[in-house]
Design a protein around this ligand. Structure first.
Ligand code: NAP
Length: 251
């Protein structure tokens, strides 16, 4: 079912850890030629490359701080220059800056959260769109969050707003891309078991309380999201565009 991914040129941003690492590994295991992007965790990115190549797949390392839009544009350019084009862009890199009550939120945390989760994905997608238009098509998949559905928590309102902006970009780009066979979708993750939560300093109790609210009563695993990306990136997703999917255990 996913054999058509063989040789497809796929760039996954934030592939050094968590969800992005799993997406890169899974698509790589089906023969995609994967661009593994990281910002600071080179070790993690190299481990992903190692896993892909050990399974006989192809993967290359890319670095860039996506808080800089010039770096986002350069990343896309260097992927295209080394791969000869781009078939699938997975806008996965994301983070929450300033997880504090919204009454205490500072402007920089708002700006950085929006830059990483909405602005950089837009400019990466814009550059990919130009190439995909020339090529006769392609796919862009944006990793969003259920926080867009709920407006975030009291501490992640700005993150929810940024992911809502990303979902809006998905819808706009999908309409613009349809005539060029450029398909654009969002996948909203629920609570997924990745290093993100520890990095944010969330306590075990907070994590347990959050999981209790999930109808399926467990955290999602990165693979749960990666399988959805596999579906959309492959031929299985060839008649799907402008959609926002939720993979969140019923959340
Ligand atoms: N975990 C969840 O519960 C959850 C739920 C819904 C949606 N999501 C979304 O899923 C995506 C992946 O999150 P995750 O949970 O897998 O987190 P993660 O394990 O912390 O991974 C985040 C990735 O983003 C990269 N990144 C962070 N800041 C960056 C920057 N300034 N420039 C470039 N890359 C940057 C990191 O690169 P380095 O480590 O190399 O710096 C890393 O590869 C994010 O968009 C997140 O919003 C997560």
């Amino acid at each position: 079912m996913f054999e058509d991914l063989k040789g497809k040129r796929v760039l996954v941003t934030g592939a050094s850890s968590g969800i992005g690492a799993n997406i890169a590994e899974l698509l790589g295991s089906y023969g995609a030629s994967v661009g593994v992007h990281y910002r600071s965790n080179k070790k993690g990115a190299l481990e992903v490359i190692d896993k892909i190549t050990k399974k006989g797949g192809k993967a290359k390392l890319f670095m860039g701080d996506l808080l800089q839009i010039s770096a986002a544009i350069k990343l896309l350019e260097s992927f295209v220059n080394t791969s000869g084009g781009i078939d699938v862009l997975v806008n996965n890199a994301g983070e929450i800056y300033g997880e504090v009550n919204f009454l205490e939120l500072d402007e920089k945390s708002w700006d950085d959260t929006f830059t990483l989760n909405a602005k950089a994905p837009f400019f990466l997608a814009r550059e990919a769109f130009r190439i995909m238009k020339e090529q006769g098509g392609g796919k862009i998949i944006n990793i969003s969050s259920v926080s867009a559905k709920y407006g975030g928590s009291l501490k992640t309102m700005h993150y929810g707003a940024a992911k809502s902006a990303l979902d809006s970009i998905t819808i706009g780009l999908a309409r613009a891309g349809a005539e060029y066979n450029i398909l654009v979708n969002s996948v909203r993750g629920g609570f997924i078991n990745t290093p993100l939560h520890k990095k944010l300093g969330r306590s075990e109790k907070d994590i347990k309380d959050r999981i209790r609210k999930i109808p399926l009563k467990r955290a999602g695993e990165p693979e749960d999201i990666a399988r959805m990306i596999l579906f959309l990136a492959s031929k299985a997703g060839d008649y799907i565009t402008g959609e926002i999917f939720t993979v969140a255990g019923g959340d």
